[in-house]
Design a binder for this molecule. Sequence first.
Ligand code: AMO
Length: 430
Amino acid sequence: MERTYVSDVKDSKEELLMVKGWIHKIHDLGKIIFVQLRDKTGIIQLVIDEKMKENIRLEMSIEAVGERLENDKAPGGIEIQVKELNIIGNTYYDILPFEINQRKITASLESQLDNRTMSLRAPKQRAIFKIQDEIQTAFRNYLKSNNFTEIHTPKIISSSTEGGSEMFTVNYFDRRAFLAQSPQFYKQQLVGAGFERVFEIAPAYRAELHNTWRHLNEYISMDVEMGFIKDEFDIMDIEEGYLRYLFSYLKENSQKELKMFDVELPETLNIPRIPLSEAQDILLEKYNKRSPVGNIDAEGEVLFSKYVKEKYDSDFVFLTKYPISKRPMYTMPDSDIPGTTRSFDLIYKGLEITTGGQRIHDYEMLKNNIIKFGLDPEDFRFVYLDSFKFGMPPHGGFAIGLERITMKILNLENIRQATLFPRDMKRLEP
Ligand code: AMO
């Protein structure tokens, strides 16, 4: 007999069916016992008899064969009168780490992460990763339909891409190597190699000493890079187009999960584009909030998002024209506004989820800029710079932090909730 998934039971024409899953709840009313069986698609009520009850415990894997009956009182209006029940995955615990069959897991986030495979059994926890899965699928769909090629680039590399000292070192035979902070150099070079439009969904590593609600030391970066652009606004158009597609895609494919988190996605998306310096002035005037030179801090991001929500009814805002001193050496200066670059951040509900911009594509200009940044072009020659000698087109791109966008769509409080197995300063296991 073939297995029927719980979500298919209601419309099944079979009288006798087999379901498989875990024991979610047991209601023992004496002669009659209700068991809730949970599989990846949902939860269904099983009615079993006293004899079957003998060896069952919460969270065992079982298979049950029985008759499908309508019952208004059962969750989903359907139940299975079980004729045969087999335990197919035994349990070996004294007590469960925490209860996952209540409305909410009451255990701390730390405890949930320590017992990750248990906390993920709660349907609402898994729903986060269903949404995350769809965010990636929508990214792929949208970019592929816009002529982008999916790439994979090395994560063990020989030099920094983003500047700063936030790199993990790795022993690479008799040399020292690093874990990639970003696919930045490779995605640019693949544009120049003739692919023109590329994207990658892959881990990025940051040895940052921040143990906050929004930082991970390993996160998934959704990267885009495209050639033959006019300026950075072409890049913002692609990102905005993706977000528009993503929201309509989620509305179509993830209604159930969005409802679990009480999330209503906006009908339209028109993201304001505001120069950083203007945002800083507004913060000072409206909220008496001083910003660090050439940037906005976490509190400023929250306040500015509030302003944008009130003024433009948008959860998103592009901050543009970041100063040269605050961007990596590969960023294209904006010749129209001295001291600034053709780069941007995207802020979503008070959190930066993206950095992007146009890059320097001219070999001489890039070499000089590396020197201006106090770096040695020789260090970049083989891994990056030389490829700019062969007709690199104007290009640019951006990266979205997958966990950050997931977290913000679902209004989660901590980025770790949107990470299956988070890596942070304290956590290397499980
Ligand atoms: P940046 O360093 O701003 O830019 O990173 C891009 C996006 O990645 C996410 N992110 C993080 N998420 C969780 N924990 C972290 N420690 C972390 N660091 C970054 C954020 C951020 O906006 N090469 C450029 C991108 C480009 O210009 O194409 C880069 O990596 O969502």
